[in-house]
Write a protein that binds this ligand. Sequence first.
Ligand SMILES: [Fe+2]
Length: 178
Amino acid sequence: MSEYIRYLNIPTVPNNMILQTAKEIEALKSPWAYKSDHPDRFLLRKNANKDLEEFLRPYFDFDITDKVYYQIVRSKSPKHIDFNRTSCYNYIINTGGHEVFTCWFNLKNEELLEHKEIIPAQVWHKINVAVPHDVQGMTQERFALTVFEWSPGRSPAEIESLFKQGYSKEKIKRSIDT
Ligand SMILES: [Fe+2]
Protein backbone atom coordinates (compact mmCIF):
# COMPACT_ATOMS: atom_id res chain seq x y z
CA MET A 1 0.00 0.00 0.00
CA SER A 2 1.22 3.45 -0.82
CA GLU A 3 1.80 5.94 1.92
CA TYR A 4 -0.34 9.01 1.27
CA ILE A 5 0.54 11.32 4.13
CA ARG A 6 3.02 11.54 6.96
CA TYR A 7 3.06 14.23 9.65
CA LEU A 8 6.51 15.65 10.38
CA ASN A 9 8.43 16.96 13.34
CA ILE A 10 9.03 20.41 11.91
CA PRO A 11 8.03 23.31 14.16
CA THR A 12 5.23 25.77 13.56
CA VAL A 13 6.44 28.73 11.51
CA PRO A 14 6.27 32.15 13.22
CA ASN A 15 3.34 33.97 11.63
CA ASN A 16 5.46 37.02 10.84
CA MET A 17 7.59 34.92 8.48
CA ILE A 18 4.74 33.88 6.22
CA LEU A 19 2.20 35.62 4.05
CA GLN A 20 -1.35 35.38 5.35
CA THR A 21 -3.47 36.26 2.31
CA ALA A 22 -3.89 34.75 -1.13
CA LYS A 23 -3.62 38.23 -2.60
CA GLU A 24 -0.09 38.75 -1.24
CA ILE A 25 0.92 35.27 -2.38
CA GLU A 26 -0.40 35.86 -5.88
CA ALA A 27 1.77 38.99 -6.14
CA LEU A 28 4.97 36.93 -5.73
CA LYS A 29 6.99 35.75 -8.73
CA SER A 30 5.96 32.66 -10.65
CA PRO A 31 8.71 30.04 -11.12
CA TRP A 32 7.64 29.72 -14.74
CA ALA A 33 8.97 31.64 -17.69
CA TYR A 34 7.03 29.63 -20.29
CA LYS A 35 4.26 27.74 -18.54
CA SER A 36 1.08 29.65 -17.94
CA ASP A 37 -0.81 29.25 -14.69
CA HIS A 38 -4.34 27.99 -14.34
CA PRO A 39 -5.36 30.70 -11.89
CA ASP A 40 -8.82 29.22 -11.36
CA ARG A 41 -7.26 25.92 -10.23
CA PHE A 42 -3.76 26.20 -8.83
CA LEU A 43 -1.00 28.80 -8.45
CA LEU A 44 2.64 28.30 -7.53
CA ARG A 45 4.73 31.24 -6.35
CA LYS A 46 8.34 31.62 -5.16
CA ASN A 47 8.90 32.46 -1.53
CA ALA A 48 10.88 35.71 -1.35
CA ASN A 49 11.71 35.63 2.36
CA LYS A 50 15.23 34.28 3.03
CA ASP A 51 14.57 34.28 6.81
CA LEU A 52 11.86 31.70 6.23
CA GLU A 53 14.27 29.59 4.18
CA GLU A 54 16.88 29.77 6.96
CA PHE A 55 14.28 28.91 9.59
CA LEU A 56 13.29 25.77 7.67
CA ARG A 57 16.74 24.67 6.47
CA PRO A 58 17.73 22.53 9.51
CA TYR A 59 14.61 20.37 9.26
CA PHE A 60 15.14 19.06 5.73
CA ASP A 61 17.59 16.42 4.60
CA PHE A 62 18.09 18.12 1.22
CA ASP A 63 19.19 21.64 0.29
CA ILE A 64 16.01 23.73 0.29
CA THR A 65 17.62 26.82 -1.26
CA ASP A 66 15.06 28.24 -3.72
CA LYS A 67 12.77 25.25 -3.06
CA VAL A 68 10.33 27.00 -0.74
CA TYR A 69 7.13 28.01 -2.51
CA TYR A 70 3.58 29.06 -1.81
CA GLN A 71 0.68 27.30 -3.48
CA ILE A 72 -2.94 28.31 -3.77
CA VAL A 73 -5.50 25.58 -4.51
CA ARG A 74 -8.86 26.69 -5.84
CA SER A 75 -12.15 24.85 -6.08
CA LYS A 76 -11.86 24.18 -9.82
CA SER A 77 -8.78 22.02 -9.27
CA PRO A 78 -9.53 18.65 -10.90
CA LYS A 79 -8.31 15.22 -9.82
CA HIS A 80 -4.72 15.02 -11.04
CA ILE A 81 -1.19 13.68 -10.63
CA ASP A 82 1.41 16.43 -10.15
CA PHE A 83 3.53 16.73 -13.27
CA ASN A 84 6.59 18.22 -11.57
CA ARG A 85 7.06 16.30 -8.30
CA THR A 86 6.27 12.97 -6.66
CA SER A 87 5.95 14.25 -3.12
CA CYS A 88 6.00 17.57 -1.32
CA TYR A 89 6.31 18.96 2.18
CA ASN A 90 3.33 21.17 2.93
CA TYR A 91 2.26 23.54 5.68
CA ILE A 92 -1.27 24.79 5.30
CA ILE A 93 -1.82 28.44 6.16
CA ASN A 94 -5.54 28.50 5.33
CA THR A 95 -7.36 25.18 4.96
CA GLY A 96 -10.08 26.70 2.78
CA GLY A 97 -12.97 25.70 5.02
CA HIS A 98 -14.02 23.72 8.08
CA GLU A 99 -14.26 20.29 6.51
CA VAL A 100 -11.86 20.10 3.61
CA PHE A 101 -10.65 16.66 2.59
CA THR A 102 -7.52 15.78 0.67
CA CYS A 103 -8.44 12.62 -1.28
CA TRP A 104 -6.17 10.05 -2.90
CA PHE A 105 -7.37 7.65 -5.57
CA ASN A 106 -6.19 4.39 -7.03
CA LEU A 107 -3.50 4.79 -9.68
CA LYS A 108 -5.15 2.21 -11.98
CA ASN A 109 -8.75 3.13 -11.26
CA GLU A 110 -9.19 6.82 -10.56
CA GLU A 111 -12.76 6.29 -9.37
CA LEU A 112 -11.57 4.26 -6.40
CA LEU A 113 -10.95 6.36 -3.27
CA GLU A 114 -7.97 4.99 -1.35
CA HIS A 115 -7.68 7.50 1.47
CA LYS A 116 -9.09 10.84 2.59
CA GLU A 117 -7.96 13.11 5.34
CA ILE A 118 -8.69 16.54 6.83
CA ILE A 119 -5.18 17.98 7.07
CA PRO A 120 -5.01 20.61 9.82
CA ALA A 121 -3.45 24.05 9.35
CA GLN A 122 0.05 24.81 10.66
CA VAL A 123 1.22 21.20 10.78
CA TRP A 124 4.06 20.13 8.47
CA HIS A 125 3.36 16.98 6.51
CA LYS A 126 4.69 15.11 3.50
CA ILE A 127 2.16 14.02 0.91
CA ASN A 128 2.19 11.68 -2.03
CA VAL A 129 1.29 13.53 -5.24
CA ALA A 130 2.31 10.73 -7.63
CA VAL A 131 -1.17 9.16 -7.51
CA PRO A 132 -4.44 10.88 -8.49
CA HIS A 133 -5.55 13.32 -5.81
CA ASP A 134 -7.84 16.27 -5.25
CA VAL A 135 -9.16 18.55 -2.53
CA GLN A 136 -12.87 18.50 -1.71
CA GLY A 137 -15.13 20.77 0.32
CA MET A 138 -13.39 24.10 -0.05
CA THR A 139 -15.51 27.15 0.67
CA GLN A 140 -12.60 29.62 0.55
CA GLU A 141 -9.19 29.74 -1.06
CA ARG A 142 -6.76 27.21 0.33
CA PHE A 143 -3.10 28.16 0.55
CA ALA A 144 0.06 26.64 1.91
CA LEU A 145 3.81 26.65 1.99
CA THR A 146 5.16 23.85 -0.18
CA VAL A 147 8.77 22.64 -0.25
CA PHE A 148 9.81 20.17 -2.91
CA GLU A 149 12.47 18.94 -5.29
CA TRP A 150 11.58 19.16 -8.96
CA SER A 151 11.34 15.86 -10.81
CA PRO A 152 14.15 15.33 -13.34
CA GLY A 153 13.45 17.23 -16.56
CA ARG A 154 10.58 19.20 -15.05
CA SER A 155 12.27 22.15 -13.37
CA PRO A 156 11.66 25.64 -14.75
CA ALA A 157 15.34 25.84 -15.81
CA GLU A 158 15.11 22.57 -17.75
CA ILE A 159 11.88 23.60 -19.41
CA GLU A 160 13.44 26.93 -20.32
CA SER A 161 16.34 25.06 -21.91
CA LEU A 162 13.88 23.09 -24.10
CA PHE A 163 12.49 26.40 -25.23
CA LYS A 164 15.99 27.64 -26.09
CA GLN A 165 16.61 24.46 -28.09
CA GLY A 166 13.79 25.52 -30.35
CA TYR A 167 10.81 23.53 -29.05
CA SER A 168 7.68 25.56 -29.50
CA LYS A 169 5.91 26.98 -26.48
CA GLU A 170 2.81 24.97 -27.40
CA LYS A 171 4.75 21.71 -27.63
CA ILE A 172 6.43 22.27 -24.27
CA LYS A 173 3.15 23.26 -22.68
CA ARG A 174 1.47 20.14 -24.06
CA SER A 175 4.21 17.87 -22.75
CA ILE A 176 4.20 19.27 -19.22
CA ASP A 177 0.61 20.37 -18.72
CA THR A 178 -1.50 18.64 -16.13
FE1 LIG B 1 -1.49 18.19 -6.74
